[in-house]
Ligand binder design. Structure first.
Ligand code: NDP
Length: 255
């Protein structure tokens, strides 16, 4: 997964993943409604945890409090990403090419199974891990990242212009993008505070798990959305003359 992350970092530095503001059907297959695509892409993470817990869980992992807490945090994140986030999405969010949906679906099957197997079958964390500094600190970092991510996603979604009288299934014009202001966009001075939150979240998860699979996922997340944040940042600079000049893309003061 770390190798795939490095490859993703390299390719997405030059190619903008064609969804959201870069959404296009040219060469990437038919366009799917964003809400449906997000549900399909992200739900394997939840299904993997459920299947492993119901059918294959190691009794030692099941009895380990830290494993249960970490699986719960992972599942809560994906309950939001697969179900609540698409439900909150405006109907005129940009559609998702089928090929991107498929790639993300396959990645989520792989990652969901990796994390679910690691915490549900392979790696029973000792009871003492629950009071270790890395577990407590990691969980706090995870919650901080999750809060930044959800709060910033909500600010972005509120920016989306909703044409009046828009009905389900009706054709809607491509929405305009605005400068995100307030919240962690201003506080951290970054263009993509939602990505900053996601990166912090999985870094915290990796610290709390103290395992190679969780570290690989955190690195992959950084490689995948770090480069996308750079494209978004450039996109804002190109589009808005009055874009706040002190902002970085995703890492405050640095990058
Ligand atoms: P974006 O920031 O590109 O978009 C988020 C939502 O806000 C979309 O509905 C988008 O509309 C809308 N939006 C964004 N910017 C503006 C703006 N300036 N004005 C108006 N509307 C705006 O995020 P992604 O879609 O890439 O990702 C969504 C979530 O998924 C994030 O929380 C991200 O962290 C997470 N994610 C995690 C990954 C991982 O590897 N762990 C990978 C990818 C995403 P539109 O779609 O029409 O552009």
């Amino acid at each position: 997964m770390i190798g795939v992350g490095a490859l993703t970092f390299f390719t997405t530095t030059f190619i903008k993943a064609p969804y959201g503001r870069y959404s296009t059907s040219k060469g990437w297959g038919p366009l799917l409604p964003a809400r449906f695509a997000w549900f399909v892409m992200e739900s394997p993470n939840l299904i993997a945890v459920l299947v492993i817990q119901i059918h294959y869980a190691n009794p030692l992992c099941r009895a380990a409090p830290c494993n249960n807490v970490l699986l719960l945090l992972f599942s809560l994140h994906y309950l939001n990403r697969a179900v609540l986030y698409p439900l909150r999405m405006n109907r005129n969010a940009s559609p998702m090419p089928a090929s991107v949906t498929l790639l993300a679906f396959l990645y989520c099957c792989w990652n969901g199974l990796t994390q679910a197997l690691s915490l549900g079958v392979v790696n029973a964390l000792p009871a003492a891990h629950a009071t270790s500094p890395q577990f407590l600190l990691g969980v706090c970092i995870f919650f901080l990242g999750a809060f930044i991510n959800v709060h910033s996603d909500a600010l972005l979604q509120a920016l989306r212009h909703q044409p009046p009288g828009n009905k389900v299934g009706s054709h809607v014009p491509r929405a305009a993008y605005k400068i995100p202001r307030g919240g962690f966009f201003d506080l951290l001075g970054v263009s993509c505070a939602n990505y900053t939150g996601e990166i912090i979240e999985w870094a915290g998860f990796a610290v709390a798990c103290w395992s190679v699979p969780a570290l690989a996922f955190a690195l992959f997340t950084f490689c995948n959305i770090g480069t996308r944040a750079r494209h978004h940042h450039q996109n804002y600079l190109d589009k808005f003359e009055d874009y706040p000049s002190n902002r970085k893309a995703v890492i405050p003061f640095l990058w």
